[in-house]
Design a protein around this ligand. Structure first.
Ligand SMILES: [Zn+2]
Length: 458
């Protein structure tokens, strides 16, 4: 289902010069102090009076706060307002039970600032103009679509500067006419062996990026732990020499190297996921997938690392965002319960051990690859959910109509077609495939299985 708001985000690397870097670091530090001040004010007021301080109140106090601290003239006023808005978001998250109580940010923990209102004039062909900072060189590796809304500058832990620009797009005009016929619908089972198993039989192996990068990350982590974290240094404070404990330069270097190793791993994975998401959306007009309970799954300590590496939630977010802009692809989440235990032919439930790679139905004898059976179940569940939602939008009983009466069938009948009416008419809970005639090979045979019981053709 599509959402009403259409925003798109673009991330580009920027190269501020030494002076600009120094200015940006000063603004980051000022925002950190303001953030901590705002958190402290809320905390103290609540303790003393039981009253909650809100964003508007803190924003109104900002000019007075700036008068007392002339250094805040260096920061753009909207950037400071955004720092206060972050405090508001942190407290809202806590009050809604989603996050923990907001903490004070330590030195160096504030790594991004946001300019909440920018326009096309701020974005050049290979640079951006930041208020109070100036023109900063940028590698604009792709054109920006839509009207620019906000701009965020981030300093990564590996010491690189990036900008994220969000834009507002016109929504694709497809909500008025939801589709009911799909030429190439697909159900997707995500797992650790096969990252994706599509209901048309295609499967993508789990790339397991962590296993390729683990060695380098572990080595960098060991190097870091060997370095001295704090060193004593004599510094001059107001004419008096004092000994201070400061982070060691070798420790800082090792920390940057570790951050770079993690960056390489994340970049490789993200790139691969974007490519897979793009491929899925370009190829299929309906994608059903499981809404996996990742948090629960992580409780299994043996698999936690592999599950975190797989990052399915991030992958499906990418698919959703691609589908939203493509406008020709519909996505549908399904609850993950029993998708691996149900037979895709008769719906009979029976437990299959995780090590078992094939599925054999004790009720109807259906024999299939475990992931393939589950992807078929996901597809039929997704279509059912989609049609139910469709019923609400259009206000008609979906099983009653024949899609052919509403929309002519597409000419290429070679691809498997999903016919809405056949679901209800045959009384079968699950979808029916209309394949080309004369295709005698069973699905189990196609997968290299044969037990003599799966005689019915696909
Ligand atoms: Zn069965």
């Amino acid at each position: 289902m599509k959402t009403d708001r259409f925003t798109s985000a673009y991330r580009f690397r920027i190269y501020p010069n030494t002076k600009q870097q120094r200015m940006l670091l000063v603004v980051l530090e000022l925002c950190r102090r303001l953030y901590n001040y705002a958190v402290c004010q809320r905390k103290d007021t609540y303790k003393a009076t039981g009253r909650t301080v809100h964003y508007e109140e803190q924003q109104n106090q900002l000019p007075q706060f700036k008068d007392q601290r002339p250094e805040y003239e260096q920061a753009h006023s909207q950037v400071l307002q955004d720092a206060l808005r972050r405090v508001e978001r942190a407290f809202t998250g806590f009050l809604e039970g989603r996050t923990r109580y907001p903490k004070y940010k330590k030195h160096g923990q504030c790594r991004s600032i946001t300019f909440p209102q920018i326009s096309n004039e701020n974005i050049g062909s290979n640079s951006i103009i930041l208020p109070k900072i100036g023109r900063v060189r940028m590698t604009k590796h792709r054109p920006i679509k839509g009207k620019p809304k906000t701009l965020t500058i981030t300093l990564t832990k590996s010491g690189e500067w990036y900008t994220s620009i969000t834009t507002e797009l016109n929504p694709p005009n497809n909500n008025s006419n939801p589709r009911i016929i799909f030429n190439n619908p697909i159900g997707v089972d995500s797992g650790l062996v096969n990252y994706l198993y599509l209901s048309d039989g295609e499967h993508v192996d789990n790339p397991r990026f962590i296993s390729n990068h683990a060695k380098r990350i572990i080595k960098a982590q060991k190097e870091l732990s060997r370095k001295k974290r704090k060193v004593k240094r004599v510094v001059n404070v107001n004419g008096n020499s004092t000994t201070l404990k400061v982070p060691g330069s070798n420790w800082l270097k090792a920390k940057t190297i570790l951050a770079r190793r993690w960056r390489d791993y994340v970049n490789a994975k993200e790139d691969w996921q974007w490519k897979q998401a793009n491929r899925l959306v370009n190829k299929h007009d309906f994608i059903g997938y499981e809404n996996l309970p990742i948090r629960n799954m992580l409780k299994n300590h043996c698999l936690a690392r592999a599950i975190q590496d797989a990052a399915w939630a991030g992958f499906w977010e990418k698919v959703e965002s691609k589908a939203a802009t493509a406008a020709s692809t519909t996505t549908q989440k399904v609850p993950p319960q029993y998708t691996t235990q149900r037979c895709s032919k008769c719906g009979y439930k029976h437990k299959v051990a995780l090590s078992e790679r094939s599925f054999m139905c004790p009720n109807c004898g259906h024999f299939d690859d475990r992931d393939h059976n589950s992807s078929d179940v996901v597809l039929s569940d997704a279509l059912q959910l989609y049609y139910k939602a469709f019923e609400k939008i259009v206000g008609m009983d979906v099983p009653e109509f024949t899609p052919a009466e509403i929309e002519p069938l597409p000419p290429n009948a070679e691809k498997p077609m999903m016919v809405a009416s056949s679901i209800a008419e045959t009384g079968n809970k699950f979808h029916t495939r209309v394949d080309e005639p004369g295709r005698g090979i069973t699905r189990a045979e196609a997968h290299g299985f044969s037990n003599g019981r799966t005689s019915q053709p696909l």
